[in-house]
Write a new protein. Sequence first.
Length: 372
Amino acid sequence: MGRLGCSEGYSYVPGSVQRCCCAPRSLVALLVLGSAAVLLHTADATITFSTSSGQTTYTERDPATAVDPSLTVSSDASEQLSSAIITIATPDNPTEDVLEFPQLGGGLASVDYDPDTKTIQLSGVATTDVYQNILRQMTFYNPSSTPDITDRQMVFQFFDASGTKVASSSFTKTLRIITVDDEPALTLSSSAVEYIEGSGKVSVDSTIAITDPDTLELNGISVQISSGYENGKDQLYLDIDVTDLDSDLEASWDATTATYSVYGLANKTVYQTVLRAFTFANEDQALTPGNRTITFSVSDQTSTTTADIIFMVKSVNQVPSIALSRSVLNFSERETDGLEIDTELTVTDVDTALLANCTISISSGYVAGVDI
């Protein structure tokens, strides 16, 4: 069902049949239950309520965690209850806290949540065993990567079959959420880039994005040609002065490892600008074609994340060139000996040592039968 209060399951999330997803932080308080017990007296019976000793902790990104699988609600005379109310004191800001309930049964008909009073109410005439079973199966989780770590507190109240409050009591139950560091993340605009010989500088990724949900500052970044590197030919360039962005930043290039490093504590948006300013080039006319893997790396205070982009380097066939030692050849009439045209002529080809063929021709002024 899509709303709290139905008899088959409980959720503010459409399509979920067993979750009570309560926007306020309050539901988190159900997680950590200290040791407490009270005798709730009626005219004919005594109802005992207690929670397990110690605390139950919830660590960020954990799956749904049992609130208190050992709490007890019991009666010495099979006393029935009509409802249980759990009131929670919590942070004021709304959250993604989720409280999960099992399928109701045994007389329990509904569960409702009032965001104004931060109250959860289980309703239906049922034995203490039924209420105990439901409360023991409550679970909590929070999908947020930046959960509020403020303590949550709650109190339990029970009402007998006639709807009369069984007793007045207050229990302070404290929840401590343990946060964990979220790694920074890199989003590339493409997984591969084509680089054609002679292209000059080409941007590695001008729209790369850095995200880190729980920190604003990073410790450093690096960009490395991690495979396929041709030392002395392949080159990474950083086309900005990092100190213009943040005076605490420093940058260095290591040609041996093909690594450009930038370090210093700075806002992640500054480092994003730095990463977007990297270019690749190979100015050699006889470059070696093949793939170059360029690896981006970003580090916060506790963790490092990497992402790879492939530069597909392709060569272009260079035209052979001829260099003549002279531009004019004088030949006198009736000379019988052949005349060498150019003994110092040179032929070069920057990308191959082998030629397929060559042609020499008299392209103008040719006299057939005479010129040989």
